[in-house]
Structures are given as C-alpha cells and as structure tokens.
Design a protein around this ligand. Structure first.
Ligand code: MIC
Ligand code: SF4
Length: 650
C-alpha cells in the first residue's frame, strides 16, 4: 500500500529548489518568511548588508525587538535604532520594543499554514503550531534567505507523535512536551521533524499546539508541526486572518520513520529539574521543594489562553509571603486583552509583579533569583547559569504548576488548587498593529543608523593545508549548551553587535580564563581547538557561540556529536566540526594537549576516509570524520559562508 505523505514532507517537497528529496540528502528549500530578533538580528543584518542587495526577496520578513530591552546604557538602544533603520531600508516589517516576544507575535499576526519560515532564533518552530514549517537557524542563513537564497538542510526523518484523548484537569500543553522530553531527552529529536497527529490534536488550541512545537527545540528536533484544521481556522479568524487559512491534513497511513503515542488523559503535571529541560519528573515526586520565585511568560507559555488561565487561578488568592511572582505577557495584544477582561486585576491583586512583554528573565535579562534560590518558570530552558544566578535552581513547569508554586510557596501538584477553571479564548479580540512599522515602498534614501557599539565582522582566513600547531583550549562534557559557550544575561547581551568585546566572555561560566588563554594561543600563531562530548552546542541559535571561538582563533572542534544549528553556524564561520570515530577516544585528549592535523584540506575530500589527529603531547593518534556535504566542504575551505558567497560571485 502506498503510504500517504506526512504534512512536513509535503510542505518541504513543495518548496524544494535544489537536490534530491531523499532521507539524509542535502536539499535547498525556498523560504517564504523570515524572522529575526534583536540579539541575533544585528549580526544577521550586518551580513545582509554585506550582500549589497536593495531589498529583501522574501514574501515577508519581520524584525523583532524583544530580547535586549533592558536599556542600561546606549548599547541596546543603539541596536534598536540600527534595526529600525535597516528594516525601513530593505523592506522589512519592524516590531517595536513593547510589542512582544517574536514567536508569540509571529504566531498571532503572521504565521500561515503551509508556509516555510526560518528565524534567527531556535524557538522559531513555535509557528509549527499553525501548520508552518518553521526552522531556527543562524543569522547568516537567515540573511541568505532574505536575499532569496534557499535554506540548505539534510532531509530529516519524521517522528509521528500520536496524541489520543484529552488532557485532565490541571494538566496542559507544557506537560505534554515535558512528557516527550522525559521519553526522548534533549537529543532524541536530532535529525527529526516531530509531526503531531491523532484525535487528541483537535482538543488543543493553536497557542497550546505552539507551546508544544516551541519546546520541541529542546529535543534537538529540526522543527515540529501540527495539522491545519478547524481549530487553526478559528484562531486565524480571531486574528482577522481567516482568508489565510488552508487545510493541511495527512492521509490514513503516513510515512513516518518512527511513531510515539501519548494518551493525553494519562499525562500528569511534570517539571524539568535543574539544569536540563530533559531532566523531567512528576511534580508529585518533588513536592515540598521551597520556591523563592516564580516566573510566568516566555515564548513557551505567554499566550492569552495561558494568561487568562493564570488570572483565573490567581483570582481571590495571594502569592505566598516567601515567594515573588513575575508575569510577562507574550505580546501587547495579550496584555491589552488581559486589561479588557479584568484579568490583570486578578493578577495584580494576587501580588504579582508585571514585567514587560519581552523575553526578560528567560535569558537572564532581569528578575534573577537570589543566591541558592529556587525559581519555577514556565520557560523552555533551565541551563546552568542562564537565569543570571549561578547558584540558582531552575524548574520548568506549566502555568498551572507555576501558580501552585506561587500560592503555596513550594512545589505542589497543581491539582491541589481545587476546581479547574474552564478558560476559552474570547470570541473577539482587538487587533492593533500600531507597533508594527511597515517599511516604505522605496527605502533607498534611508540612512542606516550605526551606534559606536556596532562593530563590523572581521575577515576569516581560508582553511590552511595543514593545521600543524593546535592546542586544546578546553575539554567539556556532553550536552554543552550555547549558553555555556557564550552566556546571555544583562551584562553580556549588550555586546551582541561587538564581536571583539563579547568574545571576552566565551566559556566564562565554565572557565573564566578561556578567552585570554585562547588569545595567547592565537597570537603565538597556533590554532585553538575545543574538545566536546555528545550534542555539543545544543540550545540557542546564537551565532556568537561560533563567532567568538572563531575570533579567538579556533579553526576546528572535536566532539562526539554536534547540535544541528550550532554545527551549521560553525561551518558558516569556517570552523571545522570533526566527529570521533571511536567516542572513547575522547579520553585520549586533555586540556593543553598539543595536536597536529596534517593534510586537513585534502583529507576533507573523501568522506569515508578518517582524518588523523596526532596528539603530540601523548604520542598517539585519533581518528575523526566529518559529515560535510560538498557545499559545506567548500564553505569550510573558503573560510566561511561569506567568503564562499563572495568567491561565487567573482
Ligand atoms: C534563547 O532562548 O536561548 C535565545 C536567547 O532566544 C536564543 C537566541 C539568542 O541567543 O539570541 C535562541 O534560542 O536562539
Ligand atoms: Fe526569548 Fe526565552 Fe523564547 Fe529565547 S526562549 S525567544 S529568550 S522567550
């Protein structure tokens, strides 16, 4: 029997512009929509400017300001001004600070079923809740897509996730994705798109689907997608965009590579314990952990549905004396609706602090917990140090569990809150796009505004024939995140447009001497390397986690495996990602070891042949391989994608 095509495959095939659509093969996909946010956007637009085009070539490109909204001095404000001027010049819509978190606003105002979207943020898959193929990528890949170039990816496998039945009281979409993380952990989705199906899907609203799709990023998946059905149509209608609805449904026997099944009625309230989103256990097993702080918001759980529920649960109650509750609605639309329905009154009366409609505490932009504090957050990442307080313990939970923690002052099964209020989205909402600035039809006369904190990118040297003098700068374990490599937070984020400065903070959380040691090695004429475990570079799409090591002289990274977006970013900036043939050889390398890779350029030619790394300090040899496509090989040899693109056009 002929299997029917999954929705993800169908959309990707419709957008195929290069390559053979076969599992594992590299293909080029036409991109309809792009999004950027301010913390990665400045780099993306500096790269777009370098392409010397007069306008973006996509159907729609939107630039958001939501990450660096703490304006402690001129730096973030300068970035915002730069982004606003670039948007006007090149035909990009500009979502001003205060309008909300990129993924929430994109879902409300722009996402469309059947479209392709790439965004310079790893949670771009949120729009998969609307039936779009939405992928997180590095800024340079987004810049290329804005220039009309395809997005290259290996054809992923599809993991069908069958949802049966309906969720019980006090259990919500966040618990579903935590249940998936409990089962497949932070790298179980690598190489897959997660596609949701089954009769349970129709019981979930679009924002709930978006919560699940958002945090699929934490499994390492390329993206997640839901069908587009009547529920999708209702949501688009509410947003005044019903004409943009198309139906997307799968045939009876979909061609999934793997299927997992979830009985929604059996899902229980869950939390991810410190310091990984994959460290999941039932709330009932960690009850009584004292909670000092609760934060509700982020692109995972800040929709109107979430906030109305939180308001209902808080109505007539008070936040515990020893706990602080901070709430950041995901968008200005959500905040205005909360005001209209009186929900904000319940929230403020309960004692919550209202934070800006922005990412805020999710990436350490304020609201850091106290020393050794415990914070329960409805966010998607609880990586070590990300909250801004190294000694803090962060738990990730649903809004229901977060409210229970705020009321009882300790982790508590939310079912102890009593009756579960039934919360529905209103029939009508006010649409006010006045903080989204449309570009003029001709932006050619617009001057780009560049503050002193915006530093241009340095040139990258092409790959030499031999890497004769390499020094191991650091050795790190499995699942090292981009937050370890380049931390976020209020102190460091303002330098996102200033590579020399931000490079000083590379690996700061792990070893504060990293950057100065790396510079010493670079200045001595040698090359630095990093030795990593499995899933090196998981988490964010931030290019700075590749750019900073590149700036500090790193030309090659040796790891057991790499996370998708970070691997692509390394290649884009001319850093060679090599994989151990025998993972146990990881033990044959230590910090400060001196290595040599002779003939590195030639060895890239034959994919099956291993690349020999000689450890001169220990007099032994280690076999590595690469998994670069022909195109990626040329990018590495050229010294990164900008050089490669320049070479193509000369
Ligand atoms: C994140 O959640 O880690 C971020 C901050 O949104 C990043 C982007 C960034 O580092 O600017 C992401 O997820 O890609
Ligand atoms: Fe913003 Fe946090 Fe979402 Fe990243 S995960 S986009 S920092 S809200």
């Amino acid at each position: 029997m002929q299997l029917s095509m999954s929705i993800a495959r169908k959309i990707l095939k419709e957008h195929l512009v290069e390559g053979q659509f076969e599992l594992g093969e590299e293909v080029g996909i036409k991109i309809d929509h792009t999004l950027t946010q301010d913390a990665t956007g400045t780099m993306a637009y500096l790269q777009f400017e370098a392409m010397k085009l007069s306008k973006v070539k996509t159907e729609l490109s939107v630039s958001f300001v939501d990450h660096n909204t703490l304006q402690a001095d001129f730096k973030n404000a300068d970035d915002h001004a730069y982004l606003a001027s670039v948007a006007a010049k090149y035909g990009i819509k500009f979502s001003r600070p205060g309008n909300g978190i990129c993924h929430q606003v994109f879902l409300e105002r722009f996402a469309r079923p059947g479209k392709t979207l790439i965004g310079s943020d790893s949670h771009t898959p949120t729009a998969g809740g609307m039936g779009a193929i939405a992928i997180g990528a590095g800024g340079l890949d987004v810049a290329v897509a804005m220039g009309g170039g395809p997005f290259f990816m290996k054809v992923p496998k599809i993991m069908g996730i069958k949802l049966n039945g309906t969720l019980g009281d006090f259990v919500s979409a966040k618990d579903v994705i935590l249940e998936i993380l409990r089962r497949i952990d932070v790298k179980g989705g690598l190489g897959y798109i997660l596609e949701y199906f089954g009769d349970g899907v129709k019981s979930l609203s679009v924002p709930e689907r978006a919560t699940i799709a958002n945090m699929g990023a934490e499994t390492g998946a390329t993206t997640s997608i839901f069908p587009s059905d009547d529920v999708t149509r209702e949501f688009l209608k509410l947003e005044g965009r019903e004409d943009q609805w198309i139906e997307l449904k799968m045939g009876p026997e979909p061609d999934f590579n793997k299927v997992i099944e979830i009985e929604l009625s059996e899902v229980v309230p869950l939390v991810a314990r410190p310091h990984s989103p994959g460290n999941v256990s039932p709330v009932s097993e960690v009850e009584n952990v004292v909670v000092n702080q609760v934060a509700i918001g982020s692109c995972t759980n800040s929709s109107l549905k979430d906030m109305l529920l939180v308001a209902e649960l808080l109505k007539g109650r008070k936040v515990h004396d020893n706990t602080t509750l901070g709430i950041s609605p995901g968008s200005r639309q959500v905040l205005l609706e909360l005001i209209k329905h009186g929900a904000l009154t319940s929230i403020i009366s309960a004692g919550a602090r209202i934070l800006e409609c922005a990412c805020g505490p999710c990436l350490g932009m304020g609201f850091a917990p106290k020393t050794n504090g415990t914070s329960v957050r409805t966010f998607n990442r609880n990586f070590f140090g990300r909250s801004g307080t190294k000694s803090a313990n962060i738990y990730l939970s649903s809004p229901e569990t977060a409210v229970a923690a705020a009321i009882f002052g300790k982790l508590t099964d939310p079912r102890k809150l009593g009756n579960y209020p039934s919360v529905k989205l209103p029939d009508i909402i006010n649409i006010d796009d006045s903080l989204i600035v449309d570009p003029p039809s001709d932006g050619s006369a617009i001057e780009i505004v560049r503050g002193p904190n915006i530093a241009l990118l340095p040139d990258v040297a092409s790959l030499p024939s031999d890497l004769a003098k390499i020094k191991v700068l650091i050795k790190v374990e499995d699942n090292i995140t981009t937050d370890h490599i380049i931390p976020a937070g209020a102190k460091i984020l303002p330098f996102r447009s200033n590579l020399p400065k931000i490079s000083e903070f590379a690996f700061e959380q792990v070893d504060p001497t990293f950057s100065s040691r790396a510079l010493e090695v670079k200045n001595s004429g040698a090359t630095g390397t990093i030795v990593g475990g499995e899933n090196y570079g998981q988490g964010s799409s931030r290019e700075h986690a590749a750019l900073a090591p590149m700036y500090l002289g790193v030309k090659v990274i040796l790891a057991k495996s790499f996370a998708r977006i970070h691997r692509d970013n390394l290649i884009n900036f001319g850093i060679l990602p090599l994989i151990f043939v025998n993972p146990s050889d990881f033990d044959k390398l230590e910090q400060d070891d001196k290595l040599e890779i002779l003939n590195v350029k030639n060895s890239l030619e034959d994919k099956k042949k291993s690349i020999v790394v000689s450890n001169k300090t220990r007099s032994l040899e280690i076999e590595m391989v690469h998994d670069l496509s022909e195109r990626e090989k040329e990018i590495i040899i050229a010294g990164g994608k900008l050089n490669y693109t320049r070479n193509l056009s000369t």
